[in-house]
Design a binder for this molecule. Structure first.
Ligand code: ZN
Ligand code: ZN
Ligand code: FE
Length: 753
């Protein structure tokens, strides 16, 4: 019996260039005894294969299920063709195509094979801090231009030695076309310095750095996307000193742990979390503390630790003799991440005792990513190294730039059917971060050869991002904040029809000029209707009330007719109660807000957990942490009212009953839990009412408040049990880092109408 022979033309789109895809296809075709060719084209990687039907099927399945580690396949199309007459399989030379859309790979953690070589005595890269291969190492952070070629990276400064060059040219080598390929003879070198610039003469900079860390010193170490400030994570004095230097009193510090065994001593994790810890992206993963404890000063406000495993060879070498390092971004709080050797002198001299630098330039700075697992899903909390630039398949649209928001900024660019979500820049409230935002946009525009015709920005007229958008050429589209939040989550889950969107966050300007943030919208990509929201309360002092949750506590008491007794609440005694009450009574500088973030802040202040915050989200974080410490299914009362066609959640009885619990000295943990239960209840209740009235069953959750796991899990489980289909942010952050994608898709959609 003759085997059935088939020929298929396969086109693969996505991140398939510069990741060893063609040699992978070549080897796979040999393995399955197929003839034909593979080629890089404008449409993507084209593969023409012919062989036995079974082998062709295996070949295609293998590509889908087991592509090269750094590849990201976004689309495969397969066409049947008439048989060809090729006798072999070949890699065709690609034509230079200037209009080709080439994707850029994110930076990847060191692969297992490179790790083995790093630790193997006798290997020519034994203990070499810059080892890498086609399957791992720096990418986005070193790329200056596309096409991705060594001369277009910061590795252009180093000429490969003969041995490296022959690996680079050999299709059978793991280092075939590995652009950052190097070795101790030809590659970058380390240098230990005083931060002011004085070079230290030491035989082994890594051993000396370890010695300094063990002595409790803070060392600025140049990593993949920027500098870390490192210190011994088991030494409370060292950590406390780092906090003072960095001006970061409370916000949790990330730690790097030697290996999985070390992590298991301090945290608990499941198989999914283990996979994230050890995967090729190696983000900071939020894990529940368990077992032995690290100094409280590392993460005082939370039951979670941000943990990562060493991801660069340099980290691995440092961790040979250190178990736990605090590894926080190299910057003064609020300032952009430091990434140049020159910048150390200017910006880190006050923060670090020593610095370990190298001469491989970082082209574009990128912070570590932060991830958590909730409801068995990986959720990206901070869009950083390993994840950015994130490629998202969208509907065909114009070349578009979406500027994002002012806090936790990311931006998004698109061309054709693909959008690219940038790395996190931080809050654009100072000149340095704003400059960094502009630089990052220009860099990504250049990389992807995108000249935006359409510019999307937030509805807020005074955002820096809005001003920036207005200076650009091209058509502008202003997008409401919470609509953007929800659409970003819809795009991620490919939901296009109308949904019930629940946007809970800190703040965003509404279409009625008030500050929104506890919103129920019925929305699609084109438009939205506000069908419900948290009742409006005053935000005494405007922005000041964001920084000082106690002001919101008084405002909520006032709103519940308890203003007169506010001063008797022991937790508010030290605050200027009467001054704020006067503002409220006379309506001076009291903008209205329906923000869920402010309600959480008010509750945290009332309970006495956070009167003034030192970082964004601190009050809510402390309230969640308290609630985790209680088992209690009780809740407070609330009312739902309907005004002018919109439902409102009324908080008077919630606040009144909380106040009564405080008076009878119910434990803070119990009150925090009851508060969470109440928010879950009214959210679910209002959803059910909206479902009945509008006949919608799909619910989308977005906005920064959903980082709260108690809230997310509670609402998700109750809604799912009630027959809803619920979507929540996974790949795209739920915070303002997700705004840009939503803005972009909405603007593209409106343009098409
Ligand atoms: Zn490798
Ligand atoms: Zn070499
Ligand atoms: Fe927001």
């Amino acid at each position: 019996m003759t085997k059935e022979i088939q020929r298929k033309l396969i086109i693969i789109r996505g991140l398939v260039q510069g990741v060893g895809f063609r040699p992978f296809i070549y080897n796979l075709a040999q393995q399955y005894d197929l003839t034909g060719w593979v080629n890089n084209t404008k449409q993507g990687v084209k593969i023409d294969v012919q062989g036995a039907l079974r082998e062709v099927t295996y070949f295609i399945n293998h590509i889908k299920s087991n592509p090269p580690p750094l590849a990201q396949i976004k689309e495969i199309t397969i066409k049947q063709k008439k048989l060809h007459e090729h006798q072999q399989f070949a890699i065709k030379k690609s034509r230079e195509d200037t209009d080709q859309l080439t994707f850029v790979a994110p930076d990847a953690a060191l692969c297992e094979q490179c790790q083995e070589e790093l630790m193997e005595r006798g290997d020519r890269r034994y203990q070499y801090p810059f080892i890498n291969c086609t399957n791992c190492g720096p990418r986005f952070s070193i790329i200056q231009e596309i096409p991705y070629d060594r001369s277009a990276t910061t590795m252009a400064d180093f000429t490969m030695c003969q041995q490296c060059e022959s690996e680079y040219q050999n299709p059978d080598s793991r280092r075939f076309h590995a652009q950052p390929n190097s070795c101790p003879d030809c590659g970058p070198k380390l240098q230990l310095k005083k931060p002011q610039g004085e070079k230290l003469v030491v035989k082994d900079p890594i051993k000396q750095t370890i010695r300094l860390l063990k002595q409790g010193k803070v060392v600025a170490v140049k990593g993949v996307g920027g500098f870390h400030l490192l210190c011994d994570g088991t030494n409370p004095q060292a950590v406390a000193r780092l906090r003072v230097k960095k001006n970061r009193p409370d916000k949790a510090l990330a730690v790097m742990m030697r290996d999985l065994a070390t992590v298991s001593k301090y945290c608990q994790f499941n198989a999914q979390e283990e996979e994230i810890l050890q995967g090729q992206r190696k983000p900071i993963l939020l894990l529940e503390k368990a077992g032995r404890s690290l100094p409280q000063v590392i993460a005082p406000d939370t039951n979670y630790l941000g943990v990562m495993l060493p991801y660069s060879p340099l980290h691995l070498l440092l961790m040979q003799r250190m178990k736990v390092l605090v590894a926080t971004s190299g910057n003064l709080s609020g300032q952009p991440l430091e990434y140049t050797n020159q910048g150390v002198k200017e910006n880190l001299a006050q923060l670090a005792d020593y610095c370990l630098v190298h001469n491989r330039k970082i082209e574009v700075p990128i912070d570590d990513a932060v991830v958590q697992v909730a409801l068995d899903q990986k959720q990206v909390i901070r869009q950083g190294r390993g994840f950015a630039p994130q490629i998202i398949k969208i509907k065909q649209g114009l070349s578009t730039l979406a500027c994002g928001g002012d806090l936790k900024n990311t931006f998004c660019l698109s061309r054709g059917e693909f959008a690219f979500l940038s790395q996190y820049t931080g809050s654009l409230t100072n000149l340095e971060n704003y400059q960094r935002f502009k630089d990052n946009i220009n860099h990504l525009k250049k990389l992807y050869n995108i000249e935006p015709q359409l510019i999307a920005h937030d509805l807020h007229p005074n955002y820096y991002t809005t001003h920036y958008a207005q200076e650009l050429a091209g058509e502008k589209v202003a997008v409401q904040h919470h609509h953007a939040h929800l659409v970003s989550c819809m795009v991620e889950h490919e939901v296009e029809e109308s949904v019930i969107g629940i946007a809970f966050d800190g703040l965003g300007l509404g279409t009625d000029d008030q500050i929104w943030g506890g919103e129920f919208l019925i929305c699609d990509y084109n438009d939205f209707t506000r069908v419900g929201h948290l009742n409006y309360v005053a935000q005494p002092g405007g922005d000041q009330a964001v920084k000082e949750p106690w002001r919101m506590a008084i405002s909520y008491l006032f709103h519940a007719d308890l203003g007169g007794v506010a001063e008797f609440f022991s937790n508010l005694k030290q605050t200027k109660v009467s001054g704020v009450l006067n503002m409220l009574k006379q309506d001076i500088n009291c903008p209205l807000t329906s923000s869920m973030g402010r309600l959480f802040a008010a509750a945290a202040a009332l309970v006495g957990l956070c009167q003034k915050r030192s970082y964004q989200g601190q009050a809510a974080q402390k309230l969640e942490t308290a609630a985790e410490g209680a088992v209690c299914s009780e809740s407070y009362n609330y009312q739902l009212a309907k005004e002018e066609g919109q439902y409102q959640i009324l908080t008077e009885s919630l606040i009144t009953e909380m106040a009564a619990d405080l008076e009878t000295e119910v434990a803070a943990e119990i009150i925090a839990r009851k508060f969470h239960n109440t928010v879950i209840q009214f959210t679910v209740k209002l959803c059910q009412i909206i479902k009945l009235r509008f006949n919608l069953k799909k619910v989308v959750l977005s906005g920064g408040v959903w980082q709260n796991k108690i809230l997310l899990q509670g609402v998700y489980q109750k809604l799912t049990a009630a027959g809803f289909k619920v979507y929540f942010p996974e790949q795209i952050p739920c915070t303002d880092q997700g705004l840009a994608l939503g803005q972009l898709v909405i603007a593209n959609y409106k343009q098409r109408e």
